[in-house]
Design a protein around this ligand. Structure first.
Ligand SMILES: NC(=O)c1ccc[n+]([C@@H]2O[C@H](COP(=O)([O-])OP(=O)(O)OC[C@H]3O[C@@H](n4cnc5c(N)ncnc54)[C@H](OP(=O)(O)O)[C@@H]3O)[C@@H](O)[C@H]2O)c1
Length: 291
């Protein structure tokens, strides 16, 4: 990570959200800039909703090149943007903004993270039933990627608050003309059959994320089997309890780190015009996390 290596031309990048808890994004972007010898610094900014408008005005006034956007601004930021990419507009969530000479343009790079992560399994997923747990911003990106690129036959949309899953179903039915949705409450006893019949199971909730360990989904991992793919968006810990159990039962398991790096790489490219050196970065990140 850069230490006091800024000078007059250093450009600023950052993350806005509230609360800003643990995040690997500063590490990823600062190391990528350093590896490529680019003059950027990335900082986290804790911005509550009441300050969002002023923060964006400040971004323009100070010439900050770009921000990642996280909870709770991913949807409310729309009204402050000049242009929104087609993907972000269909998904209904923005996680990256680029300041183009005072005009703020919004993108969703989470979807690139999802696509890059699941690309090796594209043929296996096509035409199959899948389950997505969660109905927040990340789930929206997963749903979009599935309908647009992976073509499952049916999506079970499972959430603690069923009403939210129901709203997403209606939203994507209208936006993407995809009808093969079924919604369910996140109530493990009712889900065993659905999960065991799903080729892909995605956890797009914060269940299992450090420091909270929640078992409400993990008991379901016992119903996973050998020809299933389990993708947990949580990246801290790297190997969640859900993945541990699924792996012990023979499932193919994928943690959230690859998605994190690929969504960051897309944002980095939008801001700097450069490709993130993903392999080198991955090595540094693994070391950083272990220490
Ligand atoms: N790997 C990556 O690159 C990446 C990128 C984005 C997000 N993520 C991860 O994805 C997860 C979701 O992020 P998000 O942006 O979608 O958050 P969000 O918009 O706040 O949505 C949170 C989702 O988690 C559910 N949830 C939270 N706590 C729960 C609990 N104790 N029991 C059951 N359900 C619970 C919520 O259910 P309700 O609707 O009932 O509240 C909702 O569906 C987070 O862990 C985040 O770190 C990873």
């Amino acid at each position: 990570m850069k230490k006091n290596s800024f000078h007059l031309n250093t450009k600023l990048l950052g993350l806005i959200g509230h609360p800003i808890k643990h995040t690997y994004s500063p590490f990823i972007h600062n190391v990528a800039s350093e590896l490529l010898k680019l003059d950027y610094i990335y900082l986290p900014f804790d911005v509550p909703s009441s300050n969002l408008r002023s923060a964006l005005k400040g971004m323009i006034a100070l010439g900050i090149r770009g921000f990642n956007v996280t909870i709770p601004h991913k949807e409310s930021i729309f009204q402050h943007l000049t242009d929104i990419s087609e993907e972000a507009s269909i998904i209904g969530a923005v996680n990256t903004i680029v300041n183009e000479h005072g005009k703020l343009n919004g993108y969703n790079t989470d979807v690139h993270g999802v696509i890059e992560t699941l690309l090796p399994y594209k043929e296996e997923i096509a035409g199959q039933e899948i389950s997505i747990v969660g109905s927040g911003g990340a789930s929206r990106a997963v749903i979009y990627a599935m309908i647009r690129y992976f073509k499952p036959a049916k999506i079970y949309l499972i959430n603690r608050t069923t009403q939210r899953a129901e709203s997403l179903k209606v939203y994507f039915r209208d936006k993407m003309k995809f009808d093969a949705f079924k919604t369910r409450e996140l109530f493990p006893p009712d889900l065993v059959d659905i999960f065991s019949g799903s080729k892909l199971i995605v956890n797009a909730t914060s269940i299992g994320m450090f420091p909270e360990i929640d078992d409400s989904i993990t008991e379901l991992a016992n119903s996973f089997g050998k020809d299933q793919i389990v993708f947990d968006l949580v990246y801290n810990p790297l190997q969640t309890k859900l993945l541990q159990i699924a792996q012990a039962n023979g499932a193919i398991t994928i943690g959230g780190l690859k998605m994190l790096v690929h969504q960051a790489a897309k944002a980095f490219e939008l801001w700097t015009g450069e490709q993130m050196p993903i392999e080198k970065l991955n090595k540094s990140l693994q070391l950083f996390i272990k220490n």
